[in-house]
Ligand binder design. Structure first.
Ligand code: MN
Length: 252
């Protein structure tokens, strides 16, 4: 397979390096286009107000001074001579589950692959510091090979999350849906040395509503979560009831 590999933690990140090594070892062709620095929580942003510069770090590995979405666009339209069979993003240092996928630069790279018509896979590690990225990369390669066959060329997005703990204790791969995070963000207010207030968005580790069948529940129980995503944000459940609201008097 021909793989376009990116991430949001930067071209030097351990998770990206592990994925590249695993795909190469399995005999796949890997083309890396990744941000030159940390771009976590950059979501699906795209750089339109300045040119993008790139640097070839080593053969087949390019660093771009932009977002993960920029990287996928530059890779597909600028650098790769042939379209990739699969776009892979990660392995992110930290999980991307539930509503957090909307902040994630890792998942956004997969969104961009999907928009460009290529099956895409995003992978994230629950334990950002002690996670076994090498073992996870081996699993991603196996999932990618199966995903390609399953997708049959149609664009899909798979969001994969690995649990904490040693890889020997990881449970099986489970197909899940996105769960719901319990709101826990905190806004820290402090005063800087010049007497001006500043704010820092932070908070403790998030907690989740661990309903059965969700990514949160699976990862919490030590399993590997695979969630199929799409980009149609239409609220199907509200279509009918909204259409029943009398909007005839609302006009310009
Ligand atoms: Mn990240």
């Amino acid at each position: 397979m021909r793989i376009l590999l990116s991430n949001d933690d930067g071209v030097l990140a351990r998770g990206l390096r592990a994925l590249r090594a695993a795909f190469v070892q399995a005999g796949h062709e890997v083309f890396v286009v990744a941000p030159d620095r940390e771009q976590s929580a950059s979501s699906h942003s795209i750089t339109l107000d300045r040119p993008l510069r790139l640097r070839e770090v080593e053969p087949g590995v390019h660093a771009v001074d932009g977002t993960p979405t920029d990287c996928v666009l530059v890779g597909m339209h600028g650098l790769m001579e042939q379209r990739p069979d699969l776009v892979v993003s990660g392995i992110n240092h930290g999980p991307n589950m539930g509503e957090d996928v909307t902040y994630s630069g890792t998942v956004a790279a997969a969104f961009e692959g999907f928009i460009l018509g290529v099956p895409s896979l995003a992978a994230s590690m629950r334990d950002r510091e002690h996670g076994d990225y090498e073992a996870a990369a081996g699993v991603v390669v196996q999932l990618a090979e199966r995903a390609r066959e399953w997708a049959g060329g149609r664009p899909v997005i798979l969001n994969v999350n690995f649990p904490a703990g040693p890889s020997a204790e990881w449970g099986p791969v489970c197909v899940t849906r996105l769960g719901t995070r319990r709101y826990s963000d905190e806004l820290i207010e402090k005063v800087d040395p010049r007497g001006r207030k500043y704010y820092w968005i932070g908070g403790s580790e998030p907690t989740w509503d661990e309903a059965d069948g969700t990514d949160f529940a699976t990862v919490h129980e030590g399993g590997i979560s695979v969630t199929p995503l799409h980009l149609d944000l239409t609220d199907e459940r509200s279509l009918e009831s909204l259409a029943a609201v009398d909007l005839s008097e609302v006009r310009a």
